[in-house]
Design a binder for this molecule. Structure first.
Ligand code: PLP
Length: 397
């Protein structure tokens, strides 16, 4: 039975009207519904590793359940996890944080949302290089700020230049969103490029939201530099938003974190204390196990991603009408479909309906001449999907 459909006379808040639903979740839901009907869909839409969470992490959460870690905990997170995250940031990223600088959040997503709510005032401008992760501009709007989108092109590897940022700064600019390795492009800014961008933020007194959720998913010797480690001044004005989902195949666990100056962490904790409270207590024990044990599981997943990446990149670049730069990180390809003359939404809809291949329109990421394919899926699906995509392109070109 369906529930009530019309809320008589209900007027929703303007802040909701201005926000679009997540297109990645919509396409993924459509592909899953087709699969549920028994249709053989090759899905490249979800930004989610296809591996199971490593066993030692699952066992740690099970043990926590057995030990009764099933109650409310501190809103900012279990003290041992906050400490483990601080140590990881010192060890791996050269960022000098203590447990007080850490807030454990419901995934990386909530860390970004909390940051926006804690920092953005109505009318504040937030610079977001495009292509961008779908939720950044919507979160800025929910915080009643103004997203300022900086376009990039396939020719410059989808990377924004320091000069572009400089030119976009106005007296209202508060924050720069910086995501490397990038979703959706897979591009990784080199350490020199990171330092140059950090310099602009420092000169112009901007805060930096550094989304480092893909930091461990790197190929061909690419290096990740946390922008906060670029200089002591950059450290003072940067906030790391990250999580366990992508590195440890823990998407459903909903554990992430925010790391930054204590006043910001306290403000974000206050917001979280009145919205979601603590992250699921026993899930946090899984996250502790992820950081406190061997990282071999990460290397194993990385080896599989690397093989899939090679296959998909070669296949895409051999197809008519596509142009795909080599991504050095994350698990996405972001080819240009400009030569097909279609909008990204039309391209993806036709491809899904006619050949049962699910991809995400670049329009969702601020780049309507591209599509996103995730290769966090098995090689057999990738091979079959590439054959179907090629057939589709031959049909339309
Ligand atoms: N940041 C980026 C760039 C992402 O791609 C994602 C997830 O797709 C997130 C943040 C949020 O991840 P989580 O699942 O930890 O909330």
């Amino acid at each position: 039975m369906n529930g009530q459909v019309f809320g008589v006379g209900m007027k929703l808040a303007a802040r909701v009207e201005s926000v679009s639903p997540s297109m990645t979740l919509i396409i993924d839901a459509k592909a899953k519904a087709m699969k549920a009907e028994g249709i053989d869909v090759c899905s490249f839409s979800a930004g989610e590793p296809d591996f199971n969470t490593p066993k030692h992490i699952v066992e740690a959460a099970k043990a926590a359940l057995e030990q009764g870690k099933t109650r409310y905990g501190p809103a900012a997170g279990e003290p041992r996890l906050r400490e483990a995250i601080a140590q990881k940031l010192q060890r791996d990223n050269g960022l000098c944080y203590g447990a007080d600088n850490i807030l454990v959040t419901n995934g990386g997503k909530q860390s970004i949302f909390n940051l926006m709510l804690a920092m953005i005032e109505p009318g504040d401008e937030v610079i977001i290089p495009a292509p961008f992760w779908v939720s950044y501009p919507e979160m800025v709007k929910l915080a009643e700020g103004t997203p300022v989108i900086l376009p990039t092109t396939v020719e410059n590897q989808f990377k924004v230049s320091p000069e572009q940022i400089r030119q976009a700064i106005t007296p209202k600019t508060k924050l720069l969103v910086f995501n490397t390795p990038s979703n959706p492009t897979g591009m990784v800014y080199t350490p020199d490029e990171v330092r140059a961008i950090a310099q602009v933020a420092v000169e112009s007194d901007l805060w930096i939201l550094s989304d480092e959720i893909y930091e461990k998913i790197l190929y061909d010797g690419a290096q990740h530099l946390s922008i906060g480690a670029a200089s002591p001044e950059a450290y003072e004005r940067s906030v790391v938003c990250s999580g366990f989902a992508k590195t440890y195949a823990m998407t459903g666990w909903r554990v992430g974190f925010l790391a930054g100056p204590v006043p910001l962490v306290k403000a974000a904790t206050k917001i979280q204390g009145h919205s979601t409270s603590n992250v699921c207590t026993f899930a946090q024990y899984g996250a502790i196990a992820a950081y406190e044990n061997s990282q071999d599981c990460v290397q194993e997943m990385l080896a599989a991603f690397a093989e899939r990446r090679r296959y998909m990149l070669d296949a895409l670049n051999a197809m008519p009408g596509l142009e795909c730069p080599k991504p050095d990180g994350a698990f996405y390809m972001f080819p240009s479909i400009a030569k097909t003359g279609r909008s990204s939404l039309d391209f993806c809809s036709e491809l899904l309906d006619q050949h049962q291949v699910a991809t995400v329109p670049g329009a969702a990421f601020g780049a309507d001449d591209c599509i996103r394919l995730s290769y966090a899926t098995d090689l057999d699906t990738i091979k079959r999907g590439m054959e179907r995509l090629e057939k589709f392109l031959h049909g339309i070109l």
